[in-house]
Design a protein around this ligand. Structure first.
Ligand code: PLP
Length: 451
């Protein structure tokens, strides 16, 4: 490999990184990852990092599983590409659809494939509107989503998402998508108990449905646990109340399981961990453990059968790509046969909860919480009042993330929250090492602030 500085110069000159001010990056030089094994990344200078984010919340089975490489090579030799449009298909796509129908709860028995989570959410927008049109209620078009939710970067996904910074660029949201507030008790709950706050935030859905008229509402979409919004774990009262409301008004529930699917919460799907019954689940990321780009929607009998009555004018060249599907099947086999998700629920997640939770005593930490294998910290200037780093929220998190990188730990920041979501296969010893590095990072950040 050429020297790091040479690679960094090429990168800075030509490669535009997502979600990055690229001129600032150019000045600094990107970290170049060359190799990975288990939960560890190696960079072009030979340094080893613990990947606390499983890439982008996706490498659930960890790096270096050669079975997936072999599944890809086998499929590439046999049938590298064919499409699933019209009346053709191939074995990997149909087998993966059948496997997902077996794993998904309830009557979520039908799969529409996409290349990513964003594309799958674009599918969902069109599918729920087409569903109601076929039901003779074409005015049911509005989709309710949440502020600070994340559903992808396409025009549709970015519109469903409630990221102010994304809406400000490029004229989002598209028409017919509205947002209610998030169930973020630590940051927005004031003097309410978490239980009361969870109910109040869920009831915003009912208020919004009444304001719009239920006859105009197609669906509600949300992540079981908000990921990119800062690993925000809803109060226990939240989801049962949401389920009551969607049932009462007969609107469709879309659970965006792109992060929470495939074991992240200790269950196959986050919906199971909260006991909710979505009509559609969005999937991607952990479906292939990120080894191949693939996403999709898992759809209940009623919606799939209705949509199937007419030609649904929608699809992607890579819907159900055979190599990606073959890799996803191998990934699901490993998750299932190695009992990875059961072990998360019974061992790994409880250990993470205890180890990560111990950071709550740090002077800079307002809360240290986790659900399954996703965890977060709120950085605070004053623990007692749950004060937030208001104007410079981004700055504090950014400083903390930089120290974390310096300590060879990949931890991400969202405003004033620090987040992790390591591979599900991380050992107890590596969780302890991750937490040691996180504590050192917090100490350095605190020193920095006092400078
Ligand atoms: N939905 C959720 C909940 C996500 O976290 C993401 C990505 O982080 C997406 C959708 C978009 O997926 P993709 O980046 O594969 O388009």
């Amino acid at each position: 490999t050429p020297p790091t500085a040479e690679l960094q110069a090429l990168d800075a000159a030509h490669h535009m990184h997502p979600f990055t001010a690229n001129t600032a990056l150019g000045k600094k030089g990107a970290r170049i990852i060359t190799h990975a094994e288990g939960v560890r990344l190696t960079d072009s200078d030979g340094a080893e990092l613990i990947d606390g984010m499983a890439g982008l919340w996706c490498v659930n089975i960890g790096y270096g599983r050669h079975e997936l490489a072999e599944a890809a090579a086998r499929q590439m030799r046999e049938l590298p590409y064919y499409n699933t449009f019209f009346q053709t298909t191939h074995v990997p796509a149909l087998q993966l659809a059948a496997k997902l129908a077996e794993l998904a709860p309830g009557d979520l028995n039908h799969v529409f494939f996409a290349g990513s989570g964003s594309e799958a959410n674009d599918t969902n927008i069109r599918m729920v509107r087409q569903y109601w049109a076929l039901k003779g209620q074409p005015e049911r078009r509005t989709i309710i989503a949440r502020h600070n939710g994340y559903h992808g970067s396409t025009m549709g996904g970015g519109s469903l998402g409630g990221m102010a910074g994304m809406h400000a660029q490029g004229g989002l949201p598209i028409p017919g998508i509205v947002h209610i507030d998030q169930p973020y008790w630590y940051g927005e709950g004031g003097d309410m108990t978490p239980a009361d706050f969870g109910l109040a935030r869920a009831r915003q859905l009912e208020e919004k449905i009444i304001e719009l008229g239920a006859e105009n509402v197609a669906a509600f979409i949300a992540e079981p646990v908000q990921g990119a919004g800062g690993v925000i774990i809803p109060p226990e009262t939240y989801w049962p109340e949401i389920q009551r409301i969607v049932d009462k008004y007969g609107i469709l529930l879309i659970a965006d399981e792109v992060i929470t699917g495939f074991g992240r919460t200790g269950y196959w799907f986050g919906s199971q961990s909260y006991g909710i019954r979505p009509h559609i689940m969005t999937i991607a990321k952990g479906l292939s453990s990120g080894y191949q780009p693939i996403g999709g929607s898992i759809i209940c009998d009623e919606v799939a059968q209705t949509i199937g009555q007419d030609e649904f004018n929608h699809g992607y060249t890579y819907s159900g790509h055979p190599v990606a599907a073959a890799v996803a099947l191998e990934n699901l086999r490993i998750l299932q046969e190695e009992d990875i998700i059961d072990r998360v629920r019974t061992h790994t997640a409880p250990h993470l909860a205890q180890a990560w939770g111990s950071l709550a005593d740090h002077p800079l930490v307002g809360e240290a919480v986790s659900r399954g294998m996703m965890a977060s910290l709120a950085l605070t200037p004053d623990k007692a009042s749950r004060a937030r780093f208001a104007a410079d929220a981004g700055t504090v998190g950014y400083i903390c993330r930089e120290y974390s990188f310096g300590n060879n730990l990949v931890m991400r920041h969202v405003g004033d929250r620090m987040i992790i979501a390591p591979p599900l296969v991380i050992s107890a010893a590596d969780i302890d090492e991750l937490v040691i590095r996180a504590r050192k990072t917090l100490d350095q950040t605190l020193d920095h602030l006092h400078r």
